[in-house]
Design a protein around this ligand. Structure first.
Ligand code: SF4
Ligand code: MG
Length: 335
């Protein structure tokens, strides 16, 4: 059973420079499915389009083309009204996502009420406490009466996770859920998310720039570069047996968790810019990575086919297409 199916998702933005308008394709035909109890990681630098994918799934942004369909536990398509409970988002910034004037209880009562999960004051209070205790905020009764500024960043993100669970979500979109938290508490929050996922058989889309946690917490990884999925497959295959030159670059530039150095910094050190830098080709159908790719060939300016090895491990790269042999004498054999 699929819980969420994303098919051929496209998002164009129009950008103005001086008097000229041009089209920027932020998301270019992205497809994947989320199944109960499984995590898919969408990995890429800022500007790769991964957050735009999240925003379209959360219905904060309208797709230019493509479809997003959710299926309920009964196997039926989830209608527009129920979609809001079915799919919930945990945002990057736990400081911005909670209202400073309201108690934690207020934040949780609203989705519980709105989605008809509990009725009556006592039942609501009980459910709020249970939700808080599920995310390890104990005792629930006392945390419920606090306001966001009385909690740490990690505690606030736990509240945000509890709020996502409140309406009985089946799909959780977590967009860089720990990147703004202190390094020392990141794993705790990710482990919590993983536990809740197991308990509720949630389908999770984990959006991150961090390959190490993507590998640890996901079943499948999709690597995005300038709007396109350039590599996808089982988490271990993508990280340990990377095929696409961009994934290899990311994997080799993995930041040192001790020093906390950002990847952008490290990529700068390798001479490759993060994908957000510079403007992507807007009408170009060739490989979007070719201006930086150490393996670029003439054929790379032509539309790039997906090449799938065993187990669905796919790379969008001419190095893996048989046709590349003729165009490049060194060819795939030279890898
Ligand atoms: Fe490099 Fe060509 Fe592959 Fe693009 S298609 S990643 S330029 S080898
Ligand atoms: Mg983002």
């Amino acid at each position: 059973m699929t819980t969420l199916e994303v098919r051929d998702l496209v998002k164009d933005f129009s950008v103005r420079s001086g008097f000229r308008h041009s089209r920027l394709r932020a998301v270019d035909h992205v497809s994947f499915t989320l199944a109960p109890g499984r995590t898919v990681a969408l990995v890429g630098e800022s500007g790769s389009g991964k957050s735009t994918v999240a925003r379209m799934i959360a219905r904060l942004e309208k797709p230019t083309a493509g479809t997003i369909e959710a299926e309920g536990p009964d196997g039926r398509r989830v209608d527009d009204r129920s979609y809001r409970h079915h799919v919930q988002m945990v945002f990057q910034d736990p400081f911005a996502s909670l209202n400073p004037f309201h108690t934690i209880e207020h934040h949780l009562v609203r989705p519980l009420k709105l989605h008809g999960r509990a009725k009556g004051k006592d039942e609501l209070r009980q459910q709020v406490e249970q939700l808080l205790e599920r995310v390890n905020l104990t005792p629930g009764a006392s945390v419920a009466q606090r306001r966001p500024h009385e909690l740490s960043g990690g505690q606030r993100q736990r509240v945000a996770i509890a709020r996502a669970l409140a309406p009985g979500a089946q799909v959780v979109i977590a967009d860089e859920p720990v990147s703004m938290l202190d390094v020392s508490i990141r794993l705790g929050v990710l482990n919590l998310l993983a536990r809740l996922q197991r308990e509720d058989r949630l389908a999770v889309l984990y959006i991150t720039h961090d390959l190490a946690t993507a590998r640890h917490f996901s079943d499948e990884i999709l690597v995005m570069y300038r709007g396109r999925v350039v590599e996808r497959g089982a988490a271990d295959d993508v990280i340990l047996r990377s095929r696409h030159p961009y994934t290899r670059l990311l994997a080799s530039a993995a930041p040192d968790p001790e020093s906390g150095r950002g990847r952008a910094e490290l990529l700068a050190g390798t001479g490759a810019e993060p994908a957000g830098a510079g403007s992507p080709p807007t009408t170009d159908s060739g490989c979007t990575f070719r201006d930086r790719c150490p393996r670029a060939m003439d054929i790379c300016s032509r539309p790039v086919p997906d090449h799938t090895a065993g187990d669905g491990h796919t790379a969008k790269c001419w190095l893996y297409a048989d046709e590349a042999k003729d165009a490049c004498p060194a060819g795939p054999a030279a890898r």
